[in-house]
Every structure is written in C-alpha cells, then in structure tokens.
Design a protein around this ligand. Sequence first.
Ligand SMILES: Nc1nc2c(c(=O)[nH]1)N[C@H]1C(S)=C(S)[C@@H](COP(=O)(O)OP(=O)(O)OC[C@H]3O[C@@H](n4cnc5c(=O)[nH]c(N)nc54)[C@H](O)[C@@H]3O)O[C@H]1N2
Ligand SMILES: Nc1nc2c(c(=O)[nH]1)N[C@H]1C(S)=C(S)[C@@H](COP(=O)(O)OP(=O)(O)OC[C@H]3O[C@@H](n4cnc5c(=O)[nH]c(N)nc54)[C@H](O)[C@@H]3O)O[C@H]1N2
Ligand code: SF4
Ligand SMILES: [Mo]
Length: 722
Amino acid sequence: MPEYKAACRGCHGGCMHILTVEDGRVVRVRPDPDGPLNRGRACVKGMSIIEQMYHPDRLTHPLRRIGARGDGRWERITWEEAFGEMAERLGTLRQKHGPESIALITGTGRHHLPQFWRFANVLGTPNATSSGALICLGPRKNAGDLTAGHFAGVDYYGETRPGGILVWGANPAISGADGELTFHMKDAVREGIPLIVVDPKPNELTRAAKLWLPLRPGTDGALALGILNLLISEKLYDRDFVENYTHGFDALTARCKEYDLDRAAKITDLDPALIREAARLIAETKPLALEWGCAIEQSTNAVQTCRAIFMIPALTGNYDVPGGFVESMEIAPTADILLDRLSPEMIRKCVSGGYPLCDGRASPKLFAHPWLTMEAMKTGEPYKIRALISSANNTLISAPDSRHTYECLQALEYFVYMDFFRTPTAELADLILPAALWPEVDSVFCMPEFGDVAALCMQKVVQVGECMADEDVFLELSRRMGLDYGAQSQREILDGILAELGRRRPEYAGIDFEAFKKRGWIAPKREYYGYKRRGFQTPTGKFELYSTVLERSGADPLPAWQEVPESPVSRPDMREEYPLILTTGSRTTPFFISNNRQIKSLRRRHPFPLVSMHPETGVKYGIREGDWVFIETARGRITQKAVFLEEMRRDTVSCEMGWWYPEAGAPCYGWDESNANILTVGRPPHDPVGGAYQLRALLCRIYPNPDCGIEARYEAWMSGKA
Ligand SMILES: Nc1nc2c(c(=O)[nH]1)N[C@H]1C(S)=C(S)[C@@H](COP(=O)(O)OP(=O)(O)OC[C@H]3O[C@@H](n4cnc5c(=O)[nH]c(N)nc54)[C@H](O)[C@@H]3O)O[C@H]1N2
Ligand SMILES: Nc1nc2c(c(=O)[nH]1)N[C@H]1C(S)=C(S)[C@@H](COP(=O)(O)OP(=O)(O)OC[C@H]3O[C@@H](n4cnc5c(=O)[nH]c(N)nc54)[C@H](O)[C@@H]3O)O[C@H]1N2
Ligand code: SF4
Ligand SMILES: [Mo]
C-alpha cells in the first residue's frame, strides 16, 4: 500500500508522520522515526487524525444559511454556487463601500496564514486580523524584532544541550514550544536540565524546577525589570556582550533602578530572597535558554514585558550561543503576502487602534485590532465593517469578551466561515465552507518564528468529500473576483519557496515540490553567533535595549510595567465583590485551543474543563474538589469543574479556555456554558504598544453550581444515546 511522509498540523506542527493510503482513504498513521523534529514520536492529537478526517460531523461540502442568522438551518450547495455567491456579495460591498468594509479573521498559526494575508492585501482591505496575533506570539516576535532584529528560541536541536531553561508564562511540557512538539521539554526534565519557572500555578515543570517563582498574575514585567536590575547592579551581566553589542545600556540601567528588589517583591508578591536567588542562578547558568509563552502577552503590558524578558538571556551572554537562546534559521521564506498592494490611504484606514505595532509605524506588517474590528461591525465606528471572512478562527470562543463578539457578528451583512466542523461561530455565518485537514493539503512548512530548524513537507494524500485547502479557496476567490493574486496556482507558490531555499542554501538547489514530497524535509546544520558576522538587524546594528524604532513611533523606548486595569491593586473597589484573581488558558494535551472537543478518543482523556484553586480557597467558598463551580467576573459567569492544587497561590484561580460542547447540539453547542472568554475583557485600555488585552489577570468570584447537567449530557453522548 502506498505510504507518504507528511508534516502534522494537529498543533502548530512539526512532527513528520507516515500515512498509509488504501482505496483513497488514509488507513494508518504512524510517527516517522526519521522525522527531524519528532524522531518517531507523536501525541494523541496527531494520532487521532483518521478519526478527525472521517468523523460523521465533518463538514464535507459548502452550506448556505436558509433561516435567520443563528437559527441553525442550512442547505447544501455546490462550490460553484458558493464561489458565485461570494464573488457577487463581496464584489458589491467592495465597490459600494470600499474594500475596507470587508474584514478577514484568522486564528493561531496554520498552514495557510501567508495566503490569508495575501488575499486581504489583494482584495485591498487593511482590516485583516486574528484572535491570536496581538496576544499570542506577536508581542514576543515583535519584542525580538525590535530588540535584536530577530526572533529566538531554545536550542533543542543542536549538539550542545542547554545548561538550564528559564520557563516564563509557558507550560511547554503540554503546549510545546509554541505548539511545536512537547517532547523536547520533557527530555530536558528527564535529563535533569535545571529549570527556573515563573508561573502562578503549579505543574510538572514547577515541580521539577530548581526554582519556582509563583508570582501574582499580571506582574511579569515588574519581575523581569527587578531581575534585570539585580543582574546590572550586582554586575552579573556579560561585559563583552554589553560593551560591544548593545545600544542603550545606561538608559536601561536607570530604568531598572525603579525596580529595586523591595519594589519588585512587593508588586509581584514574591519573597525578595527568591528573586535574588533567581537572578544569581540565571547569571550562573550557562548556556541558559528561554522558553516563554502567551501568558506574558495576554495583558496590557505585553510588548514591554516581552522586551524585558528577552533581554535576560541576552545580557547574561546566552544569545545565539550553542545550547542557548538562538536565532531562527530562516531556511526558506513563507509565501509573499504582497503587502505593497495596499495603498497608503488604505493603510491609514486600518482599524488598528493606532497602536504602533498594528498601524505600520513600528512593524512593517499591518494588524487590524480584533476587538475594535468587531466593534466596528456593531457601531460603525470609525466606519462600518459589513462583511467578514473567517478562516480557521472560532471567534466566539477564542476572542475576548464573547458576548460582545456575539452581538457584533449578528450585525454583519455577510459572513463567510471556513472550518473542519460546524462550531458556535459557524452558526452565525451566511456561508460555511469545508476546510481540508493536514493530510489533504500540499504545503512547504517552515516556522520562521519558532526556530525554523527544518522545512517540512505537508502533502495531499487523499480527498475527503469536497473539502478544500484554505489557500486554494483564496486563490480561486481572487480569480472569480477578478483580483490579481500574483500566482496562477498554489504549486507555483510552493516551487517559488523551494527555489528561494535553494538560493539561500545552494546544497539544496533544484528541489521542486514533487522532489520535496519524496524527501519529506530539509534540515540544515545550525549556525550560531549570527550577530558577530553581520551585526544585529536593527537600525543601530546593535542589540537595542533602548529601541530606536519605538522611540520614533512615539512609544516608550525602554521596557516598562504598569499595573493591569483590573487587579486587586488597580481596583480595590472591586475587591469585596470579586475577591480572587482569575487567569485563563492552561493548555491540555488532547485539545488544541477550541478544537477536538467532538473527537471522542480525545475527549475521553479530558472530558470537562477544569478550574484550579488552592484547597483552602475552595473550602472558603463552599467548594469541594470535583464540584462544578461558577466563575464570575464583571462580564458574566461560566461553569467549570474544581481541581484542588496544594501548591497553588491562595488568591488565584485558573480556568481552562477553548470550551464548547459539540454534544449540546446546533446552533449553540453550549457556547456560553464554560467558555473562558465570557469572563475576559476586550475593550480598551490595551497595551499601548501592541494593543493586547487582558485575558490572564482579572478579578472574579467563585461559588458552587449544584445543578450542572454537563456531565449527564456528556455521558449520554459518549454512550451514543444523544
Ligand atoms: N481566555 C483566553 N482566550 C484565548 C487564549 C487564552 O489563553 N485565554 N489564547 C489565545 C490564543 S494564544 C490564541 S492563538 C487564540 C486562538 O484562537 P483560534 O485560532 O481562533 O483558535 P480556535 O478557537 O481553536 O479556532 C480555530 C478554529 O479553526 C479551525 N481550524 C483549524 N485549522 C484550520 C485550517 O487549516 N483551516 C480552517 N479553515 N480551519 C481550521 C478549528 O477547527 C477551530 O474551529 O485564542 C486566544 N484566546
Ligand atoms: N496541547 C496544546 N498545545 C498547544 C495549544 C493547545 O491548545 N493545546 N495551544 C497553542 C497556542 S495557540 C499557544 S499560544 C501555546 C500556549 O502555550 P502556553 O504559552 O504554555 O500557554 P498556557 O498553557 O495557556 O499558559 C502557560 C502558563 O501560564 C501560566 N500563567 C497564567 N497566568 C500567568 C501570569 O500572569 N504570569 C505567568 N508568568 N504565568 C501565567 C499558566 O498557569 C500556565 O501554566 O500553546 C500552543 N500549544
Ligand atoms: S505534537 Fe503536534 S505535530 Fe506532533 S503529533 Fe501532536 S499534534 Fe501532531
Ligand atoms: Mo496562541
């Protein structure tokens, strides 16, 4: 039977698997022992792909709404009809109200992201957004670009092993390095590589750590500045790096002085001795790598916090050294997003909120602000957004302030939604399009942001129903709308990427996509100390502690920290009603954000959303372990099931994100029962640099939910009775 090598995208991806095909169906999937990143390993998400592909609820053809919006009534149509309708409706709006009246939304990193942005630019709208970008990776990536002209990650793949890993606001034993494979962090724990972990909640990494700093949520920036202050004042930094390769050390020194040990300890609610010990351990550990996550980005301090944390491994001499915090390799480019198609007038019209990293001032890439873009649908401010194209985004679950999202989506004139399954968000659309899963897509997969240590091949090995890859939809829609997409086919784009790869690395020249499918991947040897050869790719050519780009765009050139808008400190008036700090997120192995809840083999592993708290906190509010609990903020309430963790901070509860219940049925699927974003804030104030909003440090109260029917409904569904 034919076998194919294909890169898995059950998370952000990176494992190579071998797919066996029989009679046009994938019948077997096994991890490729030679996969350069996974080496024969896989997780349950990847291994459930056959169940996902042939699931009875999988979308396999386009659907058109026939009832009122959100009624749950749909009719099957052909792709021909779907493209005809989209071209006509979107074409009319574009002509009558301008391309900016059409917004696009996506989510976390998926194979077609470059084509998503390319389509937006070709259509001529500046209003492309994502419920990930501004609060996930964007701040870290931008912090890297602003400071070093580059992004960096842990050197898991080189010959030298890290001497220690600083894990900050991330749980890579579950989430992976930005979703790329969890195996490496688990290996590090097994090998006894020392960890320093900054996280308010205990987990397997905090338990394995040499030092654990359970700080008050939302105070990461103050801790980072406090640590920098100690590194500088105690002369624990790398003199050669500071003197020869940095810009703005004196200014940074002055700024950090504002965060002396006492102040940093007071703000973060940590023992000053622990912070001091952490600074010393960071300085002693060589090579030290940094593994950081979205927890530090989901607050109004996102970019400056990321900048401060980014400086820690660098100032201690671990930047781009073997086994340290290393630059991504830029093996191949991603598909060109044709940014030059947007006129300056259109760029000015972007619903960016005026944040320097969104409006083009501090970053070449334009980002519409997701919450403000939603708001424009409802209020018409600054102008009305009338149509939305959603590709890989369950907005109602993943965007902040879900009730607001619901109202805004209801106000749309035209809404196209593309996914593998019907979701709560899909039910609000006019047209639902069936997307292709990873074994049904051809692509060259590099993640320049995440280390980019290999170019991997995704390949279409079968066709399921009428499912189509998002990138093919964008290409065809451009053709139908008479837009110049700049390429005749997806294959042409892929061959172009491989040709550029061959120019950058001549040893791989001449490999086209057909040849690449047979190879499966390209994984060159890592190089280090790029900055010594060519300087830093910043305006000064140095590692910019003082950012000249931020200075020019009117933002604070130095890392800074401010209390978040909703915390026990900034809102003492709310304390009585909402006495606890709430953080949301905390990934789980079987699920990827809001995906996979209908995949029974995965759901069985983690049937219900869990809210973690200290046992004494539970008892104080009348809760026993295993109870369903109401979690309530000023925005609303949801319910999740209580877990007691002895080492948890007593003032903090942590709930899971991404929950909806396919078993509750269309059109609502229990979208507001356990969805963390019912509780979060999307409106301003935002992060002044990058527009991030508050998902991690909020105020809440908790109390028992004695009549919860979620478990009974689940049991009925699992046993096939519902
Ligand atoms: N409260 C709270 N909210 C959060 C977070 C948090 O920690 N707390 N995390 C945030 C983060 S980090 C992120 S990145 C965002 C993520 O937000 P999203 O990326 O919107 O995540 P999902 O909710 O999983 O929605 C993705 C949808 O896309 C579908 N999908 C997956 N792959 C494809 C594809 O290739 N094509 C198409 N057409 N569809 C596809 C999935 O089936 C799913 O329904 O959520 C954010 N929201
Ligand atoms: N299995 C699986 N893997 C995933 C995903 C998934 O849904 N499932 N999602 C992918 C995506 S889009 C992303 S962005 C990444 C996210 O992966 P991570 O960045 O690891 O995100 P989380 O697991 O949500 O949260 C990480 C840690 O932040 C802690 N935390 C909460 N609040 C704070 C705070 O204020 N400060 C600090 N320092 N820590 C805090 C939490 O307790 C948690 O342990 O994972 C990716 N990988
Ligand atoms: S870790 Fe990610 S890439 Fe690897 S098998 Fe799991 S879902 Fe697939
Ligand atoms: Mo994310």
